[in-house]
Design a protein around this ligand. Structure first.
Ligand code: FES
Ligand SMILES: [Fe+2]
Length: 431
């Protein structure tokens, strides 16, 4: 492809995704500008990661390095991790607590809000050297980002005046965040993995309830979540985010046996010597064994049984991304619940009994589609009609919502005409 605009988007129901979006460098670069540095909010941290004045966390938005700080006045700030002098990455460790930030190269010094507060040899020495007389430190700050928080989650935006975070998330996502963070949390640990696939393959995977009870044999066989259970998805008003659930214990092994009809995802031959990893305590009273929420474009908040985690996507190249896992628990966990949570971390993560396969299919899809310039995927499970709430997990409809918003941001007008702005899913569901 010569140009991002050479790509033809095949259908305005978003049931077909042209494969070059998963490997083309120019499209990747445009995503950085139009999506990640675009008019939206990107998740950057949990408040519990920077609880004290002076704390910082080095993170990213898209492929741009970003730092989130808790200033001495208690405010939360975010700025691009790029020295205003010659571009050096100012912060080189992932977490810390500091008085100020000094760039290693020429020791320019910044405060927690990104203001330049010190330049060695600013006026030179003995009348020689130094910066020009009209140089003003106030004009050379680190690039500050807009910051807002909802519940425990911190978001940042390159846009000076994005829509409010409350609006951006929408009521159903806020409700899920309220539920996941209804008690004070503490971070239990981190994992990170490099997946040799395009970042959007993973976001599709996060929006895809259909694959869960098929790709993940462990999850299906041991009834953690499966496609014969009661479940569904709720979308925000643009269908760009989605929260999905399955109800624990809403099917029996006999239901699964009949529903899967011999499919290998439900494997009666498998047994566990220690089934404790599959236990579930309904802590929030929802009855949901699985609560999975994808917030466009790069974060996922989850509870699977009693594991609580965020997954943050860092695109690296057109065909690779890193996935950052942050596990958390509630500060007032009983020792028994905490032990259970830690044990269940074995379910999710790079080598998780459930989520390991998600990384592997990212690789396999990439291998399958690299260079395929005249072909596209098919997203039709659940129908190709309105993009609205779903009362089953055997559906791909929310994935089409992701692509619709993506096309809107990227400037792709699909064949058949613009599909923006969309009718809100609530209205469609009510009709
Ligand atoms: S590049 Fe940071 S002080 Fe020179
Ligand atoms: Fe999965």
């Amino acid at each position: 492809m010569q140009n991002w605009s050479d790509l033809v988007w095949p259908a305005n129901d978003f049931s077909r995704v042209p494969y070059p979006v998963f490997y083309d460098r120019e499209i990747f670069n445009r995503e950085q500008e139009r999506v990640f540095r675009g008019p939206l909010w990107c998740y950057v941290a949990l408040k519990a990661e920077i609880p004290n004045p002076g704390d910082y966390k080095a993170t990213f938005i898209g492929d741009t390095p970003v730092v989130v700080t808790r200033a001495p006045d208690g405010s939360i700030n975010a700025w691009v991790n790029r020295c205003a002098h010659r571009g050096t990455m100012v912060v080189r460790t992932q977490f810390g607590n500091v008085k100020d930030f000094t760039c290693v190269y020429h020791h320019w010094c910044y405060d927690h809000k990104g203001n330049l507060i010190g330049v060695p040899f600013l006026r030179g020495l003995k009348g020689k050297g130094g910066m020009p007389k009209d140089f003003k430190m106030a004009e050379h700050k680190l690039r500050r980002l807009a910051v807002d928080t909802y519940s425990e989650a911190i978001f940042a935006s390159f846009e000076a005046n994005p829509e409010s975070l409350v609006e951006y998330l929408g009521a159903p996502m806020r409700k899920t965040l309220d539920r996941l963070f209804k008690r004070p949390i503490e971070v239990l640990g981190y994992m990170r993995q490099l997946i040799p696939g395009n970042w959007k393959l993973y976001f599709e995977n996060l929006m895809d309830a259909y694959h869960g009870g098929l790709l993940h044999q462990f999850q299906t066989t041991f009834a953690i979540a499966r496609n014969t259970q009661v479940g569904g998805s709720i979308l925000d008003k643009y269908g760009r985010h989605r929260t999905c659930f399955t109800m624990a214990g809403s099917d029996t092994d006999d239901d699964a046996k009949a529903g899967y009809a011999g499919d290998s995802a439900f494997n009666e031959q498998l047994t566990l010597a220690d089934p404790s990893v599959t236990k579930f305590v309904d802590e929030d009273g929802s009855g949901e064994g699985l609560t999975m929420m994808a917030i466009f474009p790069s974060v996922f908040f989850q509870r699977l049984n009693n594991t609580l985690a965020t997954r943050q996507i860092k695109p690296k190249t057109p065909n690779s991304f890193e996935l950052y896992w942050t596990y958390f628990g509630y500060r007032d966990d009983t020792p028994a619940i905490r032990e259970m949570r830690m044990r269940q971390v074995n379910l999710v993560g790079p080598g998780g009994l459930v989520s390991m396969e998600d990384g592997e299919v990212g690789r396999l899809v990439q291998l399958g589609i690299d260079g395929a310039d005249r072909d596209h995927s098919l997203i039709a499970m659940g129908g190709v009609g309105p993009i609205t709430h779903q009362d089953t997990v055997n559906t791909e409809v929310p994935i089409r919502g992701f692509w619709r918003y993506y096309c809107h941001l990227m400037g792709y007008v699909p064949q058949g005409g613009s599909a923006w702005p969309p009718p809100p899913p609530d209205r469609i569901a009510a009709e």
